[in-house]
Design a protein around this ligand. Structure first.
Ligand SMILES: Cc1ncc(COP(=O)(O)O)c(C=O)c1O
Length: 393
């Protein structure tokens, strides 16, 4: 199929719910993508946060190949060896807990919302969420999301969510009522513009939740799996959540979501209360085991810290040079460059020079390169970004 014909098929036969860049990628390896004309791109936003271990990571590929030749799927009414191994692995890296497997970030958050309802025992059901948060597109997850633009066409949404200012502990104290059962947040808000939670804020949240028997839920769909230099972002805060949700990069490009619930309360979710047909199938679980292996064997957490610092320092030099940059925010390799104008023209200028980046919240350039990015690849990206800023001064 020729490119023009493919675009025509999309136009006439695929719902246009996504903004699209007119590129057709056919191959990926590490931090590079190749389009159908064999043009090579440096990908600084691999898979929208899905390909943390790079495109087609060999640990993931070989795990998938191995499993796919044996058994592709087995439903959850049977035992499944890769799922058990993965549960052990996730818990080894996080906190004493039990896992529920599903297929996406929204689904993992949906599970967390349902879990909160059970925890509230019919007496409490209100959940506190934060402005500029993003938790997914299903009704529960969307109701939790603190951005009107995503919610407007779908009202009425699920009731029982109170959205308040991020990093404002007084606002939290004011919002809590006898009906409050949970607080959900991203430690670094991704879609909302790479806004980093303050350490004291998160620690205070933990204290309040303990005092009032409120669930503290961390949505680590975007921040998890090494992105911030720790396997899970909460480790940067020395605060352990009651519930954590994961998705995006956990299975290296295959669809997976996970809700993790701390041991002492996990068993309130009982047989028949929740399910997901595809959740935790053997192929995706093997892929996720490959992701953990890749992160360990390729020493990616260390690399994130080193390269994250290097990238941040380079970007600070940009800030001095280009007044259109308002602020640089970063934790590990999750980086936001806030501009005082829309960022799309910078994205397009980078694209012309074969560098893929993202712009979120209109004016925040988002860089989330693979965790095994090299210094020379960062230098290449910096060169292109420099040119893009110069051209758009
Ligand atoms: C923090 C966060 N939570 C949840 C989601 C939703 O995940 P999914 O698109 O897999 O449903 C996203 C997606 O961007 C996210 O960034």
């Amino acid at each position: 199929m020729k490119k023009e014909e493919l675009f025509e098929v999309y136009k006439s036969k695929v719902l246009a719910t996504y903004g699209k860049t007119p590129l057709v990628f056919v191959k990926g390896k590490g931090s590079y993508l190749w389009d159908m004309h064999n043009n090579k791109y440096l990908d600084f936003f691999p898979g929208w946060g899905v390909c943390n271990v790079g495109h087609c990571n060999s640990f993931v590929m070989s795990a998938v190949r191995d499993q796919i030749s044996k058994l592709v799927f087995i439903p959850n009414n049977y035992y499944n060896m890769p799922q058990a191994k993965l549960a052990k692995e996730i818990i080894y890296w996080s906190f004493p807990s039990k896992a529920f497997f599903c297929n996406s970030g929204a689904e993992a958050n949906e599970a967390a919302i349902k879990f909160s309802r059970v925890f509230g025992q019919g007496n409490r059901h209100e959940i506190i969420t934060f402005e500029n948060s993003f938790h997914g597109r299903t009704f529960g997850a969307l109701s939790a999301t603190g951005q009107e633009k995503y919610k407007r066409p779908f009202k009425p949404l699920l009731e029982g969510f109170k959205t308040i200012k991020f990093n404002d502990i007084d606002a939290v104290k004011k919002a809590i009522t006898d009906n409050t059962v949970a607080i959900i947040l991203e430690l670094v808000q991704g879609e909302g513009g790479v806004n980093i939670a303050e350490k004291s804020f998160v620690q205070d949240l933990r204290k309040i939740c303990d005092e009032k028997n409120i669930l503290l839920i961390f949505d680590e769909v975007q921040t998890g799996m090494g992105r911030t230099g720790e396997m899970f972002c909460y480790k940067n805060y020395q605060v352990v959540p009651d519930v954590m949700t994961l998705a995006k990069s956990i299975a290296g490009g295959l669809p997976m979501g996970v809700m993790l619930v701390k041991d002492s309360i996990a068993d309130i979710f009982t047989k028949g209360m929740h399910a997901s047909t595809f959740g935790g199938g053997p192929v995706v679980c093997k892929a996720a085991l490959g992701v953990f292996k890749a992160i360990s064997k390729e020493k990616m957490l260390h690399n994130v810290k080193i390269q994250g610092k290097y990238l941040f320092e380079k970007l600070l030099e940009f800030k001095k040079k280009y007044p259109i940059i308002k602020e640089i925010r970063s934790l590990g390799l999750m980086v936001g460059i806030e501009l005082n104008c829309p960022g799309e023209k910078i994205v397009q200028a980078c694209l012309k020079n074969k560098l893929l980046i993202n712009c979120t919240h209109e004016n925040v350039l988002r860089l989330m390169p693979a965790l095994n990015i090299t210094q020379s690849q960062i230098k290449s990206a910096i060169r292109v970004l420099n040119k893009a800023f110069e051209e758009n001064l």
